[in-house]
Design a protein around this ligand. Sequence first.
Ligand SMILES: Nc1ncnc2c1ncn2[C@@H]1O[C@H](COP(=O)(O)OP(=O)(O)OP(=O)(O)O)[C@@H](O)[C@H]1O
Ligand SMILES: [Mg+2]
Length: 221
Amino acid sequence: MSGWSPHGQKPGSSRGLFVTFEGIEGSGKTTQSKLLAEALAARNMPVVLIREPGATPMGETVRALLLDPKVAICPKAETLLFLAARAQNVAERIRPALEEGTTVICDRFADSTLAYQGYARCGDISTIRVLNDYSTGGLWPDLTILLDLDPGTGLSRQQNRNRMEDEPLSFHERVRFGYLHEARSEPERFAVLDAGEKAEELHRRILGLVLARLAEPRARS
Ligand SMILES: Nc1ncnc2c1ncn2[C@@H]1O[C@H](COP(=O)(O)OP(=O)(O)OP(=O)(O)O)[C@@H](O)[C@H]1O
Ligand SMILES: [Mg+2]
């Protein structure tokens, strides 16, 4: 395969791997995305860790707005704010990193919009799919780790509450259902893991999955 060398690979010789973490509040996305980034960096592999919404000056401003319980935001405005932050993130951080051969790890991405603003807020899922594609320019993860957990356990793990965490349990049940539904429709992209396992064991599994994907050739996009 031209341009592909698993060992001693030069930056830019192959597109980077794009890995996203998804799951309900408290499922361990931030914990696991950090552990994964640290493990790859310890192997001298180029990696960037990005959180959504955020990662750019524009995105961090939008994040503060979205997480502020004092600011009234209607469901459509909420969806569009997430998408605007994502469009900036893809253009400014994600695509450039992937093009130079860096592994990009995102703590939440487009599936969050489908699960929260689509399934849980009962938004128009087909419109959100179109808007997701518009905001990412058609960029989808190579691998999405879905940390599946019952919402009661997830919320009990949380210390700082925000706009989403103040929603009733039924909202988080719909988020979980939405994620699992999406995962079933794209089994090649999703890996669904039991987030009730110990963090160290989950990390070991996730690292194994990612190292296996890194060893596969990837076409430049
Ligand atoms: N596998 C695990 N078992 C038990 N507790 C865990 C596990 N993973 C993470 N935790 C703890 O649960 C809490 C939430 O974890 P974390 O912040 O990683 O979740 P998150 O999915 O990023 O949540 P959010 O959606 O709110 O950002 C933290 O206190 C963390 O230490
Ligand atoms: Mg988090």
